[in-house]
Ligand binder design. Structure first.
Ligand code: FAD
Length: 380
């Protein structure tokens, strides 16, 4: 394994760091007070990123992207996440589209790269989150169409999307092995409705409900093989786990930076708090845990970029980095004392951001379960 960062990649990460400092940090104080970045400001930020070539980073160069691997993208995500505003460079189509037909690529892949369309990923339902095989949304063939009925919940970015990747049961009783399919549902499809915003404890980017009420989708909008969407979704989730874990590196790094600065200047009982062992332990443990998480995330990303399967490595990186970010942001709030709990503090926002990372893309418990299952399989 070689995590040596090339000169070219260093320059890209430096450009991202500069973008964060110049374009994002000035918006952070208002973001923290308001709890969200208004959509016009988000779009202006996206336009600036695009002007600087920070767009479609993971897309192959022959398709109009920057052709970066998962390791460079992990470093970039970590850098962006040092700002409390959740933000990612756009233009990278949903990885599920690796299974798209040429027609689907024309309609749904290239327009995302060109910044003309956005998508959302709709798996979760009121009765099924971790237990993915328990989804009830049903798709029934009717002539040249599929007719979908069901409700999806907690769908991120649904309010800004033009189409959704919807998972539905096409053959009841078969579960993952032949029973669940994925459909690309256009927002103007008959019977499709964006449901209510689901208010959460996180700043910005509340998820939404999607309602499919006799929603008609043309047969050509089936994505991948009929009945085997579960395997497509699994690949997407594996990739997403590493992305999500890399965000946690940035949340922890900035929180440690803020807490360390505070420990250098805040005095109690006539001494800097940084002189107390209790505070030093908070800082040292946080720094060591961040470095351990970096190791797991970069290893998984490097393996992926070198053509290796990373199912277990992605679970491990996601599990450790998300739990690490929660512990570290919590300790950093403790170092800051009362000021850490105020809305002016980026660290409290990051603590809430870290909280949801332990739930999405497979909860901590599901990640542990998957790692243990792989270990037990190996021993038999
Ligand atoms: C802000 C936010 C954004 C989201 N965005 C999306 C999105 O864009 N698209 C999408 O499809 N979904 C999205 N989700 C849904 C998310 O993926 C699910 O919430 C998550 O998978 C957990 O499912 P659940 O909420 O149904 O919890 P459950 O599956 O009901 O789990 C409840 C608890 O039981 C535990 N548990 C369950 N099974 C086991 C087991 N076998 N062993 C041990 N413990 C277990 C879980 O770890 C958890 O602690 C989002 C959620 C949130 C909060």
């Amino acid at each position: 394994m070689d995590f040596e960062v090339s000169e070219e990649l260093k320059m890209i990460v430096d450009t991202v760091a500069e973008f964060r400092r110049r374009e994002m940090q000035p918006l952070e104080a208002n973001f923290l007070k308001a709890g969200e970045l208004p959509i016009p400001e988000r779009e202006a930020l996206e336009a600036k990123a695009r002007d600087k070539g920070l767009w479609a980073l993971e897309v192959p160069e022959e398709d109009g992207g920057a052709g970066l691997g998962l390791l460079p993208c992990a470093l970039i995500n970590a850098e962006l996440a040092k700002c409390a505003i959740p933000f990612a460079f756009g233009g990278t189509p949903e990885p599920l589209l690796n299974f798209a037909t040429p027609e689907q690529r024309e309609k749904y892949y290239f327009p995302v790269i060109r910044g003309e369309r956005r998508s959302c990923y709709a798996f979760t339902e009121p009765d099924a989150g971790s237990d993915v095989q328990g989804i009830k949304t049903r798709a029934v063939r009717d002539g040249d169409d599929w007719v979908l009925n069901g409700t999806k919940i907690y769908i991120t970015d649904a309010h800004r999307a033009d189409h959704a990747f919807v998972f539905a049961v096409t053959e009841p009783g078969k579960g993952a092995k032949g029973g669940i399919s994925c459909f690309i549902v256009d927002y103007d499809a008959p019977g499709f409705k964006l449901g209510k915003r689901i208010r959460t404890m996180g700043d910005d980017r509340d998820p939404y409900e999607l309602i499919l009420d006799d929603c008609r989708v043309p047969a050509e909008n089936l994505l991948g093989p009929l009945g085997y969407a579960f395997t497509l979704g699994d690949d997407q989730l594996t990739h997403g786990r590493v992305v999500l874990a890399s965000v946690c590196l940035g949340l922890a790094a900035r929180s440690i930076e803020i807490a360390t600065d505070w420990a250098r200047q805040r005095k109690t009982f006539g001494r800097l708090i940084g002189e107390y062992g209790a505070i030093q332990n908070f800082l040292a443990d946080s720094s060591v845990e961040l470095q351990a998480a970096e190791g797991l995330v970069l290893k998984a990303a490097w393996m992926h970029d070198n053509g290796k399967k990373i199912r277990t490595e992605a679970h491990a990186a996601k599990l450790y980095a998300t739990e690490m970010a929660q512990r570290v942001t919590d300790r950093c709030i403790q170092v800051l004392g009362g000021i850490g709990y105020t809305l002016d503090s980026p660290v409290q926002s990051m603590w809430r951001h870290a909280r949801v990372k332990r739930i999405g893309h497979g909860t901590t418990e599901i990640n542990r379960w998957m790692i243990a299952r792989a270990m037990l399989r190996e021993q038999n």
